[in-house]
Design a protein around this ligand. Structure first.
Ligand code: NCD
Length: 359
């Protein structure tokens, strides 16, 4: 199996690598015309099995602004996926047409699975409720531009911390910088998965879980709002019980610091009042724009070999054990090796990070 500079999880690279991408994005932002033929002759394939506006279009415009071209689908029903083609075959074929693949898929671990057979680098543009590393690069650039630092920040994350893949990737990344503190604002049902809390604890980060946005807002440097992820709930009733619980309105903004910033990966549903858009502390539209510059930087770093080539699977293959997460790609694409990080009698799935207790 050939390896490439895939971006499946930012943890495969070091904060120095992330900083390199963010700094290059800042240079591109200052002088975009310098980069307009940097990827001339290169082709990017975008395989979007799930809806997207910002991620897909910012990747596509990023490649076009670098002088490259794009192919792909945004609706699997118009591709051979609708005829029953598996992920392996689709990825293998398109990776022979393109120089870099960007994939979004509803199954957790799907980008890693695709990268196992692709003949070019694969970028994870969101794998179910698991991870979204390029949104995190966007968030890091936004924090760097707006706050001037990625450390010594008190960050509140509010909303769907359970299914919100942007939150998972962001917390894993920010926990690698010094002295960041997290306030996790959610209902008990939408609390952060325990494997991410364990990452925070292992890295010595202070964090607390609270319910009230109103009580938390006054002490924050950054408020990262999120949408309740309707499409990830097992029933409409379960979603109805959680929707519209959190609202950032003008009254709550009065309690926030003068220099607090509000971020949101977007799309917004009803969790931020539209009137907040005019508050200078609202940075979510700048954040979305930053996504294009950071993706330009990422494409350059991947295609020019500036990142390492981390191994995709490092654990133990145990084909007699199955991942207990129904949304894990290993339960959908049956040819995949069942690969786990084994810790005592716990197996951690190498695709989706689910923990399985061996009996
Ligand atoms: C996010 C996503 O797809 O996870 N959107 C994005 O990429 N900017 C957030 C969301 O859908 O709520």
């Amino acid at each position: 199996m050939e390896t490439f500079s895939n971006l499946i999880d930012l943890d495969a690279y070091s904060p120095d690598d992330w900083n390199m991408i963010v700094e290059l994005a800042q240079q591109i932002q200052k002088n975009p015309s310098l980069y307009r033929s940097r990827c001339s002759g290169k082709i990017m394939g975008t395989l979007f099995y799930e809806p997207s506006t910002r991620t897909q279009m910012s990747f596509q415009t990023a490649m076009l602004r670098l002088g490259g071209t794009i192919i792909g689908f945004d609706n699997p029903s118009t591709s051979s996926v609708s005829k029953g083609e598996n992920l392996k075959d689709t990825t293998k074929i398109v990776s022979n047409y393109a120089d870099i693949l960007v994939m979004r898929n509803p199954y957790e671990g799907s980008a890693k699975a695709a990268a196992l057979t692709a003949d070019c680098p694969v970028i994870n543009a969101g794998d179910g409720g698991h991870l979204h590393p390029t949104q995190t690069l966007t968030d890091l650039l936004t924090l760097k531009n707006e706050k001037g630092r990625l450390s010594d920040l008190k960050i509140g994350l509010c909303g769907d911390l359970r299914y919100g893949r942007t939150v998972h990737s962001l917390l894993k990344a920010l926990s690698r910088y010094e002295n960041n503190e997290f306030v996790l604002i959610s209902t008990p049902e939408l609390a952060l998965p325990s494997y991410i809390k364990d990452v925070l604890s292992a890295r010595g980060c202070l964090f607390k879980e609270v319910y009230s946005l109103e009580d938390a807002i006054g002490s924050l440097d950054v408020l990262y709002m999120t949408r309740i992820q309707k499409e990830r709930f097992s029933s409409a009733e379960e979603y109805d019980r959680q929707k519209s619980v959190f609202l950032l309105d003008c009254d709550k903004m009065k309690k926030a610091k003068e220099d607090m910033i509000v971020m949101h990966p977007l799309p917004r549903v009803d969790e931020i009042e539209v009137a907040i858009d005019d508050d200078p502390r609202a940075k979510y539209f700048e954040q979305a724009k930053n996504g294009m510059f950071v993706r330009m930087a990422l494409i350059i770093c991947v295609l020019e070999g500036r990142l390492g080539m981390p191994k995709l699977l490092c654990g133990t293959v145990k084909n007699d054990v199955s991942c207990t997460n129904k949304k894990c790609i290993s339960n959908i694409e049956h040819y995949l090796p069942h690969s786990f990080r084994v810790r005592g009698d716990i197996c951690e799935c190498e695709y989706c990070d689910e923990r399985i207790l061996l009996d």
